[in-house]
Design a protein around this ligand. Sequence first.
Ligand SMILES: [Cu+2]
Length: 158
Amino acid sequence: MTMASAFRQFLLILLVSAGAFAVADGVQVNDAWVRGLPPGQPVTAAFLTLHNTGDSVVSLEQMSSPVAKRVELHSHAMVDGTMQMRKVEQLSLQPDETLVLAPGGYHLMLFGLQRPLRDGEEVQLNLCFDETCVKVTAPVVSVLKESSHAHSGHAHHH
Ligand SMILES: [Cu+2]
């Protein structure tokens, strides 16, 4: 390999890692972000888009983050006129299926935050699909900057 081609390869790796984009075994993870809440909140939510680019069904089995004690997959559903969230035990993606985790719908719930998350900082999320795990870099977006259309109904008042 010449110096020039080695350098090009190095640039390519940089570009891929800068895109907040990850692939594991046919799963693409895009547009990941974490909701930044005022200090003192032990819980927050993370959102992203999953796309199965492979030929077989993939299941999201395990999630974790260095900034939280526990990460769960939740959904929101209207139950008797009120929005409730539930833990989702297993999520499967069919080939070519795209699933958007967004405020008001599916989300990753980060429990037991070790410290306040600052607006703009990057948080690592680990998603394990079947046998393969993928590390996702997700920027923190302050809840104050979220669009007013994206009502989440996701408050955890105490
Ligand atoms: Cu939740």
